[in-house]
Design a binder for this molecule. Structure first.
Ligand code: UD1
Length: 419
């Protein structure tokens, strides 16, 4: 199994490009199931989760052509299998995103109950209740969600709590439903807006993207189009924190600073200098020492839970005490015990991590527990003295494209071994 070895202490310097957003790519790929026409998607990141979604589509009967440089072309005219099997779904809970499109276009879907990152209980009840409100008959048996419908109809659905993939699943289903669907308390994440833009290019009638009320007037059918996936804001911010904790000076290209207002504010509060030399470029310069920042994760436009682990590393190396509250997922502090192995002083009180900054971290063997947690271990390793050996790095490959190559290009001493 692959391991990543990081020898810390090098200030990152240089320029690297940001990849397309994983969390925008996965729903866009699922949305292609809504039409039998050809769809072309570009700026697709090379990630394990994307491969899993392509495999899932392939076994539903999609014809897929991947051009590493130009993106993917998908033709779903031959889709004839409506079952998303356990073996694929268990590795990626976003597989649930095929449920809405399959029921809406084919009137049936059988989706294994999802697995994915082991953070909190992560139920899918809102996806199921929403589809029921739109007229689907849904049963749960043998670990599968079985959904049937002649044609879905519009409904008013209040999503509580705010759910990203839940909003996406129901928005896709509503695009082909009979009549108007109103999604209240909808997720406002940029990836949800990107999906709405893509669906509208396919002929959908969706209003309100980026607000908490989505109004979707269903149409009879959708058609082919082309779409470029937005930049990955979580990857962008992860590299920003990497520059911060190594006191480096890096520039990120192909990025979208507008989707990162809250994290950028928090980094500035920590003393980091963030500049925008061009609208799609971000330069990060970090002083030593860093200041600690308090924060609370919350749905967009709040501070993303997917950056909580990375900010724990920053606070661990800042001068003073800080508190990070995790309000989106329960049980999302599994990386804390690994960071403690490197010498971080983090104390957990319920959903709050109290961080006492230390002078330095010391390299040690650690184990990745989920996708963003593994990124935090790489960041800690970059800042630590000595070698940090990270095992179970398959988690990181789910969501970060060529992370070690990109960090290497910025001067990090990082390598992957497959011992
Ligand atoms: C998405 C992102 C993930 C991110 C998360 C929160 C994708 C592919 N993944 O995950 O990277 O960490 O948003 O920003 O986009 N909930 C329910 N019932 C449901 C659905 C969700 O109670 O039916 C709860 C969850 O347990 C959680 C909260 O809602 O506490 C938010 O989860 P949700 O937004 O659904 O996360 P995902 O869409 O799975």
């Amino acid at each position: 199994m692959d391991k990543i070895i990081v020898r810390g202490g090098h200030a990152l310097r240089g320029t690297i490009p940001i990849s397309g957003a994983k969390n925008a790519t996965l729903p866009a790929l699922a949305a292609t199931l809504l039409t039998g026409d050809r769809i072309h998607l570009s700026n697709i990141p090379h990630l394990k989760d994307v491969t899993t979604m392509l495999e899932l589509l392939g076994q539903h009967g999609s014809a897929i052509t991947v051009d590493e440089r130009l993106g993917v072309e998908i033709n779903n005219s031959g889709v004839n299998n409506f079952r998303a099997p356990y073996d694929l779904v268990r590795t990626m809970r976003a597989s649930i995103l095929v449920m809405g499109p399959l029921v809406a276009r084919h009137g049936m879907a059988e989706i294994s109950l999802p697995g994915g990152c082991a953070i909190g209980s992560r139920p899918v009840n809102l996806h199921i209740e929403g589809l029921r409100k739109m007229g689907a008959e849904i049963t749960l048996d043998e670990g599968y969600i079985r959904a049937r419908a002649n044609r879905l109809h519009g409904a008013t659905i209040y999503l509580d709590p705010v759910t990203v993939t839940g909003t996406e699943n129901l928005m896709m289903a509503a695009a082909l439903a009979d009549g108007r669907t109103i999604l209240e308390n909808a997720a406002r994440e940029p990836e949800v807006s990107d999906l709405a833009i893509f669906l509208n290019k396919m002929g959908a009638r969706i209003q309100g993207a980026g607000t908490s009320t989505l109004i979707i007037d269903g149409v009879e059918e959708l058609h082919g189009t082309q779409h470029r996936i937005i930049p990955d804001r979580i990857e962008t911010a992860t590299f920003m924190v990497a520059a911060a904790v190594t006191h480096g000076d890096i520039t990120l290209t192909d990025a979208d600073p507008e989707t990162l207002e809250t994290p950028i504010q928090k980094l500035r509060d920590a003393g980091v200098i963030v500049e925008f030399p061009e609208p799609d470029r971000i330069r990060i310069l970090a002083p030593d020492p860093l200041k600690p920042v308090d924060l609370e994760t919350s749905p967009y436009p709040g501070f993303p839970t997917d950056l909580q682990a990375q900010m724990l590393v920053l606070n661990s190396l800042a001068q003073g005490v800080s508190r990070i509250a995790e309000t989106v997922f329960e049980n999302r502090f599994m990386h804390v015990s690994e960071l403690q192995r490197l010498g971080a002083d983090i104390r957990i009180h319920g959903n709050i991590a109290e961080v006492h900054g230390v002078d330095h971290l010391l390299g040690a063997p650690v184990m990745a527990t989920d996708l963003r947690a593994s990124a935090s271990l790489v960041l800690a390793g970059l800042a630590a003295r000595g070698a940090t050996v990270i095992s179970r790095v398959y988690h990181i490959d789910r969501g970060y494209e060529r992370i070690e190559e990109k960090l290497h290009a910025l001067g990090a001493d990082i390598q992957r071994t497959s011992a």
